[in-house]
Design a protein around this ligand. Structure first.
Ligand SMILES: *[C@@H]1O[C@H](CO)[C@@H](O)[C@H](O)[C@H]1NC(C)=O
Ligand SMILES: *[C@@H]1O[C@H](CO)[C@@H](O)[C@H](O)[C@H]1NC(C)=O
Ligand SMILES: *[C@@H]1O[C@H](CO)[C@@H](O)[C@H](O)[C@H]1NC(C)=O
Ligand SMILES: *[C@@H]1O[C@H](CO)[C@@H](O)[C@H](O)[C@H]1NC(C)=O
Ligand SMILES: *[C@@H]1O[C@H](CO)[C@@H](O)[C@H](O)[C@H]1NC(C)=O
Ligand SMILES: *[C@@H]1O[C@H](CO)[C@@H](O)[C@H](O)[C@H]1NC(C)=O
Ligand SMILES: *[C@@H]1O[C@H](CO)[C@@H](O)[C@H](O)[C@H]1NC(C)=O
Length: 519
């Protein structure tokens, strides 16, 4: 044997040993989560991530999470409580789900192999083509919708997606929400950056068309959503058949609802701030209206704390959505503050002995009707929230997404803790939610409860959005306003040396059976 082959033989042997130690099969088992130990994930999360992406990717299927006819998302689908196979889908969706889908494709189009593993695990090279075709079709659908319903000014209400031409759901005729559209707009902004900086001429052509749509929303956002005095309508009432500039068109805020939250709703505020054509005075008023909601609180429980965090509304993980989309963590104070939130989120569940993390989520499914019992908005950490009355009997895998954003290994250790519970994995990846007493789960799958975590694993789209903001000349102002608002409230962050906590309790086995098509 020539001497030169020895190192490669040694390398092959080491590789073989490494593969044995960290199985990373092409086709992982549907019920892969319990096969991993927490310590193996902490040592090297990559094999677990590979299995996670493979199975969450099964949600990305026609007639399950989207419609191949028009490229639009479906909200989610109920699954059979015994087999786990999809039964009745939600034919509707919203701009928030669209934002998750678009962020996913953005990573695929930027060449991420993790995103390709999600989208096209059997032939990762095909993933960009799949994503390109869907985002092309989706734009046609948006433009068709705008032609048919010009009153929305390009924005998207909750819609029915099961026919080629989408239309508002019955309860969103002549109405449109701001928050979800803010999530959508910055996702498209990141997408456009990736497309317009591509070498592929087709990508750049598509970028122009999407940019056109974005530009159109800039021209309408003030009219549709701005109510004067720094106030933004949370929901606007309008006449969807009339053109934006029709003399009979009448945009008005629904009820007294003002979008002024310092959480994910802020994405919309930024769009209006930068592109809505407001005067300097009006722009400052936007922040004056929002300012009272940005509050500093200290968390203490048992031996933990005090740890300084931003006061939550419920402290649901959902409230952190904005860090997935804009480069907030470029401001060091914000990064430290949001990291503190994950110290609190994870350690609170440990000291209160909860087997998972809290976020607003769909409740368990009713064993007789098969439908979800209701939506639990009030799920988070009451002691550091505006809303102190909460329902703390249900946890959800997507509670981990902001933790994952900062620390994949610790975040996924929490994801595993919940996914290990009976029925918490199904043929489309993770299930919606579980009761912490182990007596019930939700036989439902949705973009919010699954793909937020996928996007966090991919790092969010802040890196793409940052570059385009620089090009548009708005990045510095984003940083200085964000810094100004936070420095005024958070003077001295406490307990930045506390480690993120790891789960040490499990959802009890109370006799539920895993789905038969996932065991
Ligand atoms: C799509 O899903 C629904 C249930 O959500 C089912 O009734 C229908 O048969 C499916 N259609 C196709 C073409 O698979
Ligand atoms: C949306 O529709 C209006 C009214 O027909 C039109 O003026 C506008 O150009 C459309 N926007 C886009 C992006 O096509
Ligand atoms: C919207 O405008 C159309 C055309 O003027 C009119 O027929 C319709 O009644 C209006 N809808 C509402 C809800 O006002
Ligand atoms: C516009 O709509 C609001 C609420 O629907 C209504 O109170 C107001 O009178 C309308 N204004 C005009 C000019 O039609
Ligand atoms: C809960 O259900 C609603 C309505 O079907 C859906 O929009 C949402 O994404 C689901 N999940 C979460 C975590 O909100
Ligand atoms: C959630 O379901 C439980 C029963 O499993 C019920 O007691 C609780 O009231 C429900 N909460 C909501 C908000 O639907
Ligand atoms: C919740 O927020 C509202 C609006 O800022 C404020 O008026 C109220 O005092 C807050 N309540 C608590 C308990 O923080």
């Amino acid at each position: 044997m020539p001497f030169t082959q020895v190192p490669s033989l040694l390398a092959a042997t080491l590789l073989f040993i490494a593969v044995l130690a960290h199985p990373e099969p092409q086709h992982p088992k549907c019920r892969f989560s319990p096969l991993y130990t927490q310590s193996s994930i902490l040592k090297n999360p990559d094999p677990f991530i590979s299995s996670f992406l493979y199975w969450e990717g099964k949600f990305h299927a026609n007639n399950i999470s989207y419609n191949t006819l028009n490229g639009m998302t479906y909200d989610g689908t109920l699954i059979d409580p015994t087999t786990g196979i999809a039964t009745i889908k939600h034919p509707f969706s919203a701009a928030s789900k669209e934002s998750l889908q678009i962020m996913l494709y953005t990573h695929v189009l930027a060449g991420s192999s993790d995103a390709a593993r999600f989208l096209s695990p059997h032939d990762e090279k095909k993933a960009p083509e799949v994503a390109f075709n869907i985002v092309s079709l989706k734009l046609e659908t948006y433009l068709g919708f705008n032609e048919t319903f010009p009153g929305f000014g390009g924005f998207i209400p909750w819609f029915l997606a099961d026919e080629k031409e989408i239309q508002p759901t019955a309860d969103w005729v002549n109405r449109v929400p701001a928050l979800d559209n803010g999530e959508l707009l910055w996702a498209v902004y990141g997408l456009v950056h990736v497309l317009e900086t591509s070498h592929d001429q087709r990508y750049r052509a598509l970028a122009k068309n999407w940019q056109n749509w974005l530009d159109y929303t800039k021209s309408t956002v003030g009219k549709v959503f701005y109510n004067g005095g720094g106030r933004v309508c949370a929901v606007t009432t309008l006449n969807q058949s009339l053109h934006v500039n029709s003399p009979h068109q009448n945009y008005s805020c629904e009820g007294s609802g003002v979008l002024n939250d310092p959480y994910e709703g802020e994405l919309f505020t930024w769009w209006l701030y930068f592109f809505g054509g407001l005067s300097r005075r009006e722009k400052n008023l936007l922040w004056e209206v929002k300012r009272p909601q940005l509050v500093s609180v200290e968390y203490s429980m048992g031996d933990i704390g005090p740890i300084t965090v931003q006061k939550g509304f419920w402290f649901s993980s959902h409230e952190q959505w904005k860090i997935l989309e804009m480069p907030y963590t470029d401001v060091d104070l914000v990064k430290r503050l949001f990291y503190n939130a994950e110290r609190v989120r994870t350690c609170n569940s440990v000291v209160t002995k909860v087997p998972g993390l809290y976020a607003s989520v769909n409740n368990s499914t009713d064993p007789t009707t098969g439908d979800v019992i209701g939506y639990i908005s009030a799920a988070g950490i009451p002691s550091i929230s505006n809303q102190t009355k909460q329902e703390l009997d249900v946890v959800t895998p997507y509670g981990v997404f902001p933790t994952v954003y900062f620390d994949k290994a610790v975040g996924l250790a929490w994801w595993k803790d919940m996914a290990d519970g009976k029925k918490m994995q199904n043929p489309y990846g993770s299930s919606e939610s579980a009761r912490i007493d182990g007596t019930a789960t939700s036989s439902f799958v949705s973009w919010d409860s699954k793909i937020t975590t996928v996007i966090a694993v991919l790092g969010g789209v802040g890196n793409f959005v940052r570059e385009k903001m620089k090009q548009d000349g708005i990045y510095k102002e984003f940083i200085s306003v964000t810094r100004r608002e936070h420095e005024a409230v958070f003077k001295n962050l406490k307990e930045e040396k506390v480690k993120l906590c790891l789960p040490n309790t499990k959802i009890p086995d109370r006799g539920l059976e895993d789905y038969t098509s996932c065991n």
